[in-house]
Design a protein around this ligand. Sequence first.
Ligand code: ZN
Length: 170
Amino acid sequence: MIEKTTQSVANLGYHAHIYYDPTRTRAVAERVCAAIGEKFRVEIDGFRDTPVGPHPIANVLVIFKPEQFEHVVPYLMLNRAGLDVLVHPLTNDAVEDHSSYAIWLGNPVELKLHTLPRGRGGRLPSGVSAQAPGLTPAGGSALTPARKGLAGSRALGLRHDFGRAIAAFA
Ligand code: ZN
């Protein structure tokens, strides 16, 4: 029997954050990412060697669309090379995305959820618009440090996100 939740949650994509140690396991993370990038339609959004946003340790961000979930996540389950991985959706509540909606491969890492907005946060897959039904703009909370990183990051062909560059590292 299929039960429906009273209110479905719109989701625009997923992030896989692959955690690593900058001195010990960065090369491992690079290999894992290279393999994912070859096999699947994902975007590798770069290696962050220092804590950023809600993430207390270094991680590399892999962004993908909902239809890629069934391919990317089972692969990562078996091929994460001992690294811990957070997979979270991209709904209109970044706090929930990183807590109750999230799944972990390996050991969970305690996240700094207070850095996240109760609204949309995190970079969307290329070509995906945040204007989908049920997704309202985030409340413009003070997360401007994310903009610095946006300016410095490699162009991914992402459309300008109507100022919602907030929590770009989420
Ligand atoms: Zn994320």
